[in-house]
Design a binder for this molecule. Structure first.
Ligand SMILES: [Zn+2]
Length: 128
């Protein structure tokens, strides 16, 4: 389980409230993920935290068959979701069979509560 630190606390606090929060550059509006001090584009150290839509698409994924930790049940997917806002977030897809995952699949965030941290995960987007 990740442990929130000073820089990432708004991300985890947002997740606990069911909101996907991302750091955003005040000067040029570029999103920053993971949270970091300086903007990749303009090097500004000014930022705000804004709520992202929670929607994105599968950019790439892998299916893990090796058990690296006893808590993981194999096989499991490790998926990179490209958010509507642009940043790519490493995650796991839920609610879909591993062999049904496809690049470009629309997904939406869901929040999973663990003992003392809430993590964003993703599932196939519901059709409108
Ligand atoms: Zn910037």
């Amino acid at each position: 389980m990740p442990e929130p630190d000073e820089a990432s606390r708004p991300f985890f606090d947002g997740a606990a409230e069911g909101r996907l929060m991302l750091m955003r550059c005040v000067r040029c509006q570029t999103w920053r993920l993971p949270a970091r001090q300086h903007c990749d584009v303009c090097l500004s150290d000014e930022y705000t935290w804004e709520q992202a839509s929670g929607r994105g698409v599968v950019r790439t994924f892998g299916i893990m068959h090796q058990r690296y930790h006893p808590a993981f049940e194999v096989p499991y997917n490790v998926t990179i979701v490209e958010l509507e806002e642009g940043p790519r977030i490493p995650t796991n897809l839920m609610g879909v069979a591993n062999d049904a995952i496809a690049i470009g699949m629309p997904v939406e965030v869901v929040f999973e509560q663990y003992d003392d941290v809430t993590l964003p995960r993703f599932r196939p987007a519901r059709t409108l």
